[in-house]
Design a protein around this ligand. Structure first.
Ligand SMILES: Nc1ncnc2c1ncn2[C@@H]1O[C@H](COP(=O)(O)OP(=O)(O)O)[C@@H](O)[C@H]1O
Ligand SMILES: [Mg+2]
Length: 626
């Protein structure tokens, strides 16, 4: 007799359940999606012990009649698709008809349901695949499904469940995803009788984000809306300063379904490139709407992954929408004044050291601002500038200042030779070039600039680095960098691996305008170098470049590599911290800032500018009430 048998339905369901139902949170996802598909407007979720003991979802949707209540729990039973063609245009969250059958195979389930037009409801109990009779009961229109003791009869699966806290974390996350995608629904979540969220429809998305993830995440989000080529995009973007250490606050929804997609993740990363440190993740809520024919959700039972008909188009649309918005904003980081409360001034006894110091600072600040009135005053400053002449190398040469004091700059004098970048309402007030009479270099590293609202502190190296980086990028977009033949070729010793790298990255060297020729055994000669980088140490740059190329694992994408090299070039060519600048140079730097994209951050994502407002200062100095 043969050893092979066909498994019975219960076994089949138990095995299938493994794919759909991994943990309590997967049950919640399936039940919530069913309630939404059923047209529920008000959905309540009650959970006990992280969902291991109970997950109950009650909705006021279309309900099921006596016949459907049973059928719903059969494998491959669905009201959402009928034929293969329906699969092309799925508009519901579910369609595979396997969730309820899977859940009922591995837990004790009670379903109570009543269609709105029925006089009474019905109830059915299923204990790990064993169906009771369906009986009538009194209940409100809608459906309630209670799932108890998940995996109770499957010790192998139950063993994989984590602590109540961990499972509850997953449940909250599932609830959050659905609640974000459906801010038009009333949703409640309780755990062990305690209400965690009570969300009412109509408050709007930002309010919902605040309720689910906290005010800090919801505050100050930048909104983008765009509609083109069949895609509607809405995004709420966190400012670069709010970027996180993990991708936990990145939510992407496609037709209200939470998805993870590497093309979209990549587009988000690219949009923020240079605005945040590479190890950080921006806070992003992205909602895409597309015709169902434009993608396939039937890739995986959990439907978190999708396959786009044209992934490249989706990538470029998301990237363009986010990037355009981010580049149009002024994203200078707000300066942080000390958080510790300042003790009230002590009456009577002479002020202590701290108090005396505070008063000195207050006086110095007051003097600084009084000497430089905000309206038209052009009094020359009394501080000493650096040696005259410019070291702000780059393709926008300017006249060296005749002395340490530059006349008030007019835009024509300070604007670089290239066309101005987009200047938006967002940008205009803060990005306007500063007048040189309001500039002060401190510690030969930072520039203090008075602004209409307060003052900015600019990191001269970081800002110049960003300016050079953007110029290099722009030049490169037009073709290879202009190359200059060196009067004396630079001779370098190279290892075999480095020689190989020169060969392998010939296209990169050509783009950069660096010409390298073999010179003898183990040596090469750098014969040409980009004119833009004329001031930097050629041999040192090429050596570092070769180190980077040989340290790379194979297959690094060429685009990323190129940008890394540009980072490096900009960093080497930029003015350094500790380098005194003349006023004209400072003015030039700030004028360039106003027209350079993403000037608020250096190419590594660190801020170039910290912004302080008078209002904050006055608060700190106790000049105003709170
Ligand atoms: N909350 C609900 N309200 C009304 N009908 C429901 C509800 N949950 C499930 N159903 C019905 O049960 C069917 C089976 O559900 P399910 O197994 O999740 O498969 P799917 O959602 O893929 O169709 C659904 O197609 C739907 O008709
Ligand atoms: Mg379903």
């Amino acid at each position: 007799m043969g050893r092979i048998v066909v498994l019975d339905d219960q076994m089949v369901n138990m095995i299938a359940a493994g794919e759909v139902i991994e943990r309590p949170a997967s049950v919640l996802k399936e039940l919530l999606e069913n309630s939404i598909d059923a047209g529920g407007r008000c959905i309540r979720v009650d959970v006990e012990d992280g969902g291991c003991r109970l997950i109950a979802v009650a909705d006021d949707g279309c309900g099921m009649d006596v016949e459907d209540i049973r059928t719903a729990f059969f494998p491959h039973a669905t009201s959402k698709v009928r034929c293969a063609q329906d699969l092309q245009g799925v508009r519901t969250m579910g369609f595979r008809g396997e969730a309820l059958a899977s859940i009922a195979a591995v837990a004790q389930v009670t379903v109570t349901s009543r269609p709105a037009d029925a006089v009474e409801g019905h109830r059915l109990r299923i204990d790990c695949g064993r169906f009771d009779e369906v009986g009538p009961c009194a209940t409100a229109p809608g459906t309630t499904i209670e799932v108890r003791n998940l995996f109770a009869k499957l010790p192998a699966r139950r063993k994989f469940l984590r602590t109540t806290n961990t499972e509850m974390g997953h449940i909250s996350e599932q609830f959050t995803r659905v609640a974000l995608a459906h801010s038009d629904l009333d949703l409640t979540l309780t755990h062990n009788g305690r209400t965690l969220h009570r969300l009412t429809a109509g408050g709007g998305l930002v309010e919902r984000i605040g309720e689910l993830l906290g005010r800090v995440v919801a505050d100050d989000l930048i909104e983008v809306r765009r509609q083109e080529k069949g895609m509607t995009l809405r995004a709420l973007l966190g400012k670069p300063a709010t970027a996180r250490g993990t991708g936990q606050f990145q939510y992407v929804f496609l037709n209200r379904r939470y998805i993870r997609d590497r093309f979209i993740s990549h587009a988000i990363r690219e949009a923020y490139r240079g605005l945040i440190e590479p190890s950080k993740y921006p806070v992003v809520f992205l909602f895409l709407e597309m015709p169902p024919e434009a993608f396939d959700v039937n890739v995986h039972p959990a439907k978190v992954e999708v396959r786009f008909a044209n992934a490249n188009l989706v990538h470029s649309q998301v990237l363009a929408a986010l990037r355009d918005k981010l580049l149009s904003m002024n994203l200078d980081a707000p300066g942080m004044l000390p958080k510790a409360p300042v003790p009230p001034p002590m009456p009577g006894p002479p002020p202590g050291d701290d108090e005396a110091r505070r008063q000195r600072i207050a006086q110095a600040m007051a003097d600084f601002f009084q000497k430089r009135p905000s309206g038209g005053g052009q009094r020359p400053l009394e501080f000493r500038g650096g040696p005259s002449g410019s070291r702000l190398s780059g393709p926008a040469p300017h006249e060296p200042a005749p002395s340490s004091f530059a006349a008030p700059a007019r835009p024509e004098e300070t604007a670089p030779s290239e066309p101005h970048g987009p200047s938006t309402a967002d940008q205009a007030p803060a990005g306007a070039p500063a007048e040189p009479s309001r500039l002060l270099q401190i510690h030969d590293s930072y520039i203090l600039v008075q602004t209409p609202e307060g003052f900015d502190i600019v990191d001269q190296h970081a800002l110049h680095e960003r300016i050079l980086y953007e110029r290099l990028c722009r030049k490169l977009a037009d073709g290879p960098l202009m190359s200059q033949r060196l009067l004396m070729p630079e001779i370098l010793d190279v290892s075999d691996a480095q020689a190989e790298a020169i060969h392998a990255h010939a296209a990169l060297f050509e783009k950069l305008g660096i010409e390298i020729a073999p010179f003898g055994p183990g040596t090469v000669a750098v014969q040409s170098f980009p004119a833009l980088l004329a001031d930097i140490d050629v041999a040192g740059f090429v050596r570092d470049l070769l180190d980077r190329l040989t340290a790379r694992e194979a297959g690094l994408d060429a685009e990323r590599l190129l940008h890394e090299v540009l980072d490096m070039a900009a960093c080497k060519a930029a003015i350094k911290a500790g380098q005194p600048l003349s006023e004209a140079e400072m003015a030039q730097l700030l004028a360039d800032k106003a027209v350079v994209e993403r000037a608020s951050r250096c190419p590594h994502g660190r801020p170039t500018t910290l912004r302080f407002t008078l209002a904050e200062l006055e608060k700190q100095f106790k000049r105003t009430g709170f």
